[in-house]
Design a protein around this ligand. Structure first.
Ligand SMILES: CSC[C@H]1O[C@H](OP(=O)(O)O)[C@H](O)[C@@H]1O
Ligand SMILES: Nc1ncnc2[nH]cnc12
Length: 290
């Protein structure tokens, strides 16, 4: 099997450098339009697709990002390994603005977004105990370190609905839960990537200390934007280091991300809704055809 790298760029990351034969490509999906056209090209001989999560010009709010269309489009293009790059607040003194956290767990407190490709007429339950791919995450950590940035491997990302930042009480609550970082977008993205059998890694770039920190006061969007610029440079460096680490040829994921749907579909074949099945052609075609 061949590798295709997907990158979803978050706040501050609206483009990447160095893609050869790069073309902004409109991808149609049964779930509507993705956030924007997708930049498709090749980096060091490995195909790559880049999508700015909020669209160029930052058009979509965390609640209106078309998460299902974005993941379906990546799957349709052939993406096998998807790296999500996001801005986040930190709940830990040692995870300072400018640091990168390779997230490995999530608490999903978002509530106003569709969270599954499946539903009435084709019910599926995938495992999410380990929502990120350890193989891809380790490669991202290595590529991030090579840019000189401080990297923390492992951390729990609290996904809030937004768009307002947390109250002080919420911030203290999430900190008391043991969360490491907070953002507004990695859910349902990670859930949908798992349903689509795509390896997913989340690189969270710290921009602030949310509002719990006694010496840093409230979250301030101006300070966040100032930190976003430097973070985005490191993110682009990380992406540039991925092809050499992943390679053009791909072995099956040792953690099973690319086989997540193997025994997940519960609905009896005779009871499945043909309309929904048609929409699942890219995401679940592998198991539905078989
Ligand atoms: C610019 S601060 C709030 C905004 O930034 C993060 O976006 P993303 O995850 O796409 O990098 C956060 O989730 C909020 O949407
Ligand atoms: N403190 C914060 N809360 C939620 N999303 C964020 N993105 C960047 N900083 C954030």
């Amino acid at each position: 099997m061949k590798t295709m790298i997907g990158v979803i760029g978050g706040s501050g990351v609206y483009e990447i450098d160095g893609l050869q034969d790069a073309v902004w490509t409109k991808v149609e999906t049964p779930w509507g339009d993705p956030s924007d056209e997708i930049l498709v090209g090749t980096l060091e001989g490995v195909p790559m697709a880049f999508l700015p999560r909020h669209g160029r010009g930052h058009v979509h709010s965390p609640s209106t990002v078309p998460y299902r269309a974005n993941i379906d489009a990546m799957k349709r293009l052939g993406v096998t390994d998807l790296v999500s790059v996001s801005a986040c607040g930190s709940f830990r003194e040692e995870m300072a603005p400018g640091d990168f956290v390779i997230v490995d767990q999530f608490i999903d407190r978002s509530f106003a977004r569709p969270k599954s490709f499946f539903g009435s007429g084709c019910v599926a339950h995938v495992s999410l105990a380990n929502p990120t791919c350890p193989r891809l995450s380790a490669l991202c950590a290595d590529a991030a370190r090579a840019t000189g940035v401080t990297v923390h491997e492992g951390g729990t990302y609290l996904c809030m609905e937004g768009p307002q930042f947390s109250t002080l009480a919420e911030s203290l609550l999430y900190k008391s839960w043991g969360c490491h970082v907070i953002g507004m977008t990695n859910m349902p993205e990670a859930k949908l990537a798992r349903e689509a059998e795509i390896c997913y890694a989340s690189v969270a770039m710290v921009t602030d200390y949310d509002s719990w920190h006694p010496h840093h006061g409230e979250v301030d969007i101006t300070a966040i934007i100032a930190t976003l610029g430097a973070n985005a440079d490191h993110a682009r460096g990380l992406v540039a280091g991925l092809p050499a680490r992943l390679g053009a040829a791909r072995d099956a994921c040792p953690h099973g991300c690319d086989r997540a749907l193997e025994h997940a579909i519960m609905t009896a074949p005779a009871k499945r809704d043909p309309e929904l099945l048609a929409k699942l052609d890219a995401v679940a075609g592998r198991v539905l055809k078989g």
